[in-house]
Design a binder for this molecule. Structure first.
Ligand code: GLA
Length: 387
């Protein structure tokens, strides 16, 4: 781990020549199953992890926000009054946007000096952006002595990502990063925003493996999937007026309109519907300790994402295929938006060290890419405090 609360506190002192008064630390997340379902009001099963973002701050009264990002060794300074989304979206948007969104939600805030650092790999499908947004809101909450729920924080963070960073994401990442709990996964109903805590089975660990690929087309393709589903949904809604979103559609309904929607929309919706079924089943199996069923559903999820939703890539498929042949691994799939980033693997704890080295070596042989394979622990979401 590169960063910690201690290291970012030292940086804060160097940059701002004073001591911070508050801290916040929020998890990245790994999604076990339930991919590309959150923006269809469906189900997801993520957990916050121990790769995290760390922020420290002291308050100001003059309406100025200064943020130092250790990962870029750079500082942004803005006046809160009249703050608007930046022309170009970069780290400044992800750090300033949450404060803009916080004020937009009617919460008080008079300015701050903030330092932030993240151990969540950027663009790797492990929600580095959500963990940064949520840690920024942890600072806003602690400095302003407000007491929003973890769900309130997730909603405000998502609004920042949607409207300040212009990313049309669902709520999964921000909820995991804000509401996660140690040793638990969260089954989130993305319509009601209710969560059920799902205990992670003892003796099994989650391993993430980085494909090393970062596809810049991910953002455009992500929005395109939403359009492809929407087009199919219009036909379904015209036949079934009670239906509002893909979450309401059964496989029978989808099949009944098969010859009236495009083949692409059909496959996209087939993924959204089948993934919801797999996710609720996997949550029950996970909780009951039936890791083999959970793993089987994870493998099916990957196939559906690769073939029907088409958000995988050759490197992710290679990682999943190699992982599935290594002893002790019962399930492997891409995690997050796809098109690169990480896979998540469910592995017996006694086999985990060997799994990590074998996957790394075999992936390198197959692709020429040096990957990082690591065990991640289901962890708390947002933690905050005062010095
Ligand atoms: C990204 C988005 C999430 C979700 C996933 C895919 O991580 O931020 O809202 O849609 O992709 O499941």
């Amino acid at each position: 781990m590169r960063h910690s609360l201690d290291s970012i506190t030292d940086k804060f002192k160097q940059v701002f020549a004073t001591n911070p008064t508050v801290w916040a630390d929020a998890g990245g997340r790994v999604n076990i199953i339930g991919e590309h379902t959150d923006y269809h009001d469906g189900f997801v099963l993520p957990t916050a992890i121990d790769l995290r973002s760390y922020a420290v701050a002291s308050g100001r009264e003059d309406g100025i926000l200064r943020i130092y990002a250790a990962d870029y060794d750079s500082t942004v300074e803005v006046a809160l009054e009249g703050l608007e989304p930046f022309q170009q979206v970069d780290w400044r948007s992800y750090t300033c946007g949450p404060f803009w969104s916080w004020i937009g939600a009617g919460r008080p805030f008079s300015g701050a000096d903030v330092a932030i650092a993240s151990n969540v790999p950027s663009g790797g499908g492990l929600s580095s952006s959500a963990s940064i947004e949520v840690s920024m809101l942890g600072i806003a909450k602690t400095l302003s002595c407000e007491n929003p729920s973890c769900l309130d924080i997730a909603i405000i963070a998502r609004a920042a990502e949607n409207h300040f960073c212009h990313v049309p994401c669902g709520i999964m990442d921000q909820m995991a990063s804000s509401c996660g709990q140690k040793d638990k996964a969260l089954l989130i109903d993305c319509r009601s925003l209710e969560t059920r805590l799902v205990a992670t089975p003892t003796n099994w660990v989650l391993v993430v493996a980085d494909s090393g690929v970062r596809h810049s087309l991910a953002a455009g393709e992500y929005a395109k999937r939403q359009v492809e589903c929407k087009t199919g949904m219009e036909t379904i809604i015209s036949s079934y007026p009670d239906v509002k979103v893909a979450r309401d559609v059964s496989m029978d309904m989808l099949n009944s309109v098969k010859d009236r929607i495009s083949e692409v929309s059909f496959r996209r919706l087939r993924h959204a519907i089948s993934e919801n079924e797999r996710t609720t089943k996997a949550a029950d199996a996970f909780e009951a300790g039936d890791v083999h069923l959970t793993g089987q559903l994870m493998r099916q999820s990957h196939q559906s994402l690769a073939k029907d939703y088409e958000v995988s890539c050759q490197e992710l498929d290679t990682l999943v295929q190699i992982a599935s042949g290594i002893e002790g691994c019962v399930g492997a799939r891409l995690t997050g938006a796809g098109f690169g980033g990480n896979t998540v693997n469910l592995v017996h704890k006694d086999a985990a060290d060997n799994f990590c080295s074998e996957l790394k070596a075999k992936y390198h042989k197959a692709s020429g890419i040096e990957t990082i394979v690591r065990i991640v622990r289901p962890s708390a979401g947002l933690l905050t405090g005062r010095f």
